[in-house]
Design a protein around this ligand. Structure first.
Ligand SMILES: C[S@@+](CC[C@H](N)C(=O)[O-])C[C@H]1O[C@@H](n2cnc3c(N)ncnc32)[C@H](O)[C@@H]1O
Length: 205
């Protein structure tokens, strides 16, 4: 869970200033377990290409760069990648909303940590198609998804999936990791009920 403490708020927002405050608190935390697990499965970057969608402050982007990946990082937030050397020769930064992305580079690892749900379902489905198209044979996609029990479902602009819908995203892929969390916990905007699916899946060779 993105469990940094903050001022409780009953109404989550996805305005840029919310994400700026959120991301400012993320620079020094540990690399998220789902990203670490995907990196372990993938092996050394060795100059291969990774994509970090909704990269925020760039904690996972930085870890990928350090592991030898070339990274294409995407986020709409003005202060994106504040925790990364933006001049790193293996980094390409794209300040874009998910809705504005028309193509992703071919990649061996596509990571999106607590990011893909923050768009409506048509936009989510469009981006998932781009992700599936960009994934090289043998490549991994590693994402957090929100489920229908999540307390943020009142926000009709975001995407919340049933177990069946989340599983179906991996149709034709080899599931390497799947975990469902359905429990109360902390969030930057205050305590909430989290319903999260962690999915790591591999495109067959
Ligand atoms: C919960 S944060 C996660 C950031 C980072 N991946 C992490 O795990 O700390 C969600 C990120 O998604 C970005 N984001 C949210 N909605 C977006 C959209 N529609 N298009 C692009 N980025 C978006 C936010 O700016 C924010 O950086």
């Amino acid at each position: 869970m993105p469990d940094v403490s903050g001022t409780p708020s009953a109404h989550p927002t996805h305005a840029d200033d919310h994400w700026t405050a959120y991301n400012a608190a993320q620079v020094t935390r540990d690399v998220r377990a789902t990203c670490r697990r995907a990196m372990d499965l993938a092996g050394p970057g060795a100059g291969r290409t990774a994509v970090d969608l909704g990269c925020g402050a760039g904690r996972e982007t930085r870890a990928l760069l350090e592991a030898g990946w070339r990274v294409a990082a995407y986020d709409s937030e003005p202060a994106m990648l504040a925790g990364v050397d933006r001049s790193h020769p293996s980094l390409t930064a794209h300040r874009l909303g998910f809705q504005q992305i028309t193509e992703l580079p071919e990649a061996d690892l596509i990571y999106a940590g607590y990011a893909l749900p923050y768009q409506d379902r048509p936009s989510f489905d469009r981006l998932w198609t781009l992700i599936r198209t960009a994934l090289r044979p043998g490549g991994l996609v590693a994402v957090d998804l929100f489920g229908v029990h999540d307390s943020w479902t009142a926000n009709g602009e975001w995407t919340f999936l049933t177990v069946a819908e989340a599983s179906a995203l991996a149709d034709g892929l080899i599931v390497e990791h799947w975990d469902e969390q359905d429990e109360d916990g902390p969030a930057f905007s205050g305590p909430k009920h989290w319903h999260v699916f962690e999915l790591i899946a591999r495109r067959p060779r």
